[in-house]
Design a protein around this ligand. Structure first.
Ligand code: MLT
Length: 313
């Protein structure tokens, strides 16, 4: 039997699987950094989502730690190199929430193009603003996908029936495999210059942070809409707010922020912005999958068995 510290919300189905394997499951949500450091001392496994920073300090406090499980996809809150150095396995649930993330992207795209949240808010406050919230059709527009991985591809499949031209930039994807999905691979600058809608599906890495900053936003079409349901920080919020203010950008929809939880951003409160609090994976289906997939991986790691979704094996 091992002690498993669960530091963020995990679906009951996942908790049940951990307990059924005979483990002692300690669910401690909302701990401060110091409390987390104390709690991890006795744990063989730690399970988190995206809010907990699993850095070298925290890992060093986990003397007995065997595995860190990330109940979701992104690993930018986990210092994988430090974990590897300490011999701690890191695993995630890479397929758990990709459909939810893609659906969220489409929802944000449509909401932004038609100002649905703004119009809803106005009407809820008793204002019938029919002439204020004219929008843009998706039909026959060029949609540029930055990052054609699992989520980017699902977005391409879902938006294609709107009769759009699909282009993408992704240094890791071949033009042939993209073409099979109806997507033309282009250079990064070309994507910025041609797209009516740009949607981000890249991980947060030193290379992608600030990728859409002032210089590259200046290459976008003045009516372009940008959707970021991937990772905060890839779109520079201050630079995007300045571009919107100066009429060099059409609108921004975002679900993720440079720093989370985010209650302030230069983009908040603007009429050309739709903002949600990192809800991409927040569906019951995705959470059940993430909980069960990560429980399965952690159980395997604790049993000393091969872990299919280990990222540093
Ligand atoms: C992910 O990376 O899996 C999603 O952003 C959801 C989450 O952070 O839990």
């Amino acid at each position: 039997m091992a002690r498993i510290l669960v530091a963020e919300e995990l679906a009951d189905a996942g908790l049940d699987m951990l307990r059924a394997a005979g483990h002692d499951v300690d669910v401690r949500i909302g701990l401060s950094t110091d409390e987390l450091r104390d709690a991890i001392a006795a744990a063989q496994a730690l399970i988190v989502r995206s809010a907990t920073q699993v850095d070298a300090d925290l890992l060093a406090a986990g003397d007995a730690l065997v595995v860190v499980g990330r109940a979701g996809v992104g690993l930018d809150n986990i210092d994988v190199a430090a974990a590897t150095e300490r011999g701690v396995l890191v695993c995630n649930a890479p397929l758990s929430n990709v459909v939810s993330a893609a659906e969220m992207t489409i929802a944000l795209m449509l909401a932004l193009a038609r100002h649905i949240p703004q119009a809803h808010q106005a009407l809820s406050n008793g204002r019938w603003e029919r002439s204020r919230w004219g929008g843009m059709e998706i039909y026959r527009k060029t949609v540029g996908i930055l990052g054609l991985g699992r989520v980017g591809l699902l977005v391409a499949q879902r938006i294609a029936p709107f009769d759009v031209a699909l282009i993408a930039y992704d240094p890791y994807v071949s033009p042939e495999s993209a073409r099979a999905a109806g997507v033309d691979m282009v250079r990064f600058e070309e994507l910025l210059e041609r797209s009516d809608i740009i949607t981000l599906h890249m991980p947060r890495t030193p290379e992608t942070v600030g990728l859409l900053g002032a210089e590259n936003l200046a290459k976008c079409r003045p009516h372009a809409l940008i959707v970021n349901a991937a990772r905060g920080g890839i779109l520079d919020e201050a630079a995007a707010a300045a571009a919107l203010e100066e009429g060099r950008l059409g609108g921004v929809a975002m679900d993720v922020y440079a720093s989370e939880p985010a209650t302030q951003s230069p983009l908040f409160g603007r009429p050309d912005v739709v903002a949600t609090p990192h809800l991409g994976a927040s569906t019951s289906e995705a959470q059940d999958r993430a909980g069960m997939q990560i429980a399965e991986q952690v159980n395997l790691a604790l049993a000393g068995d091969p872990v299919p979704y280990a990222v540093n094996a």
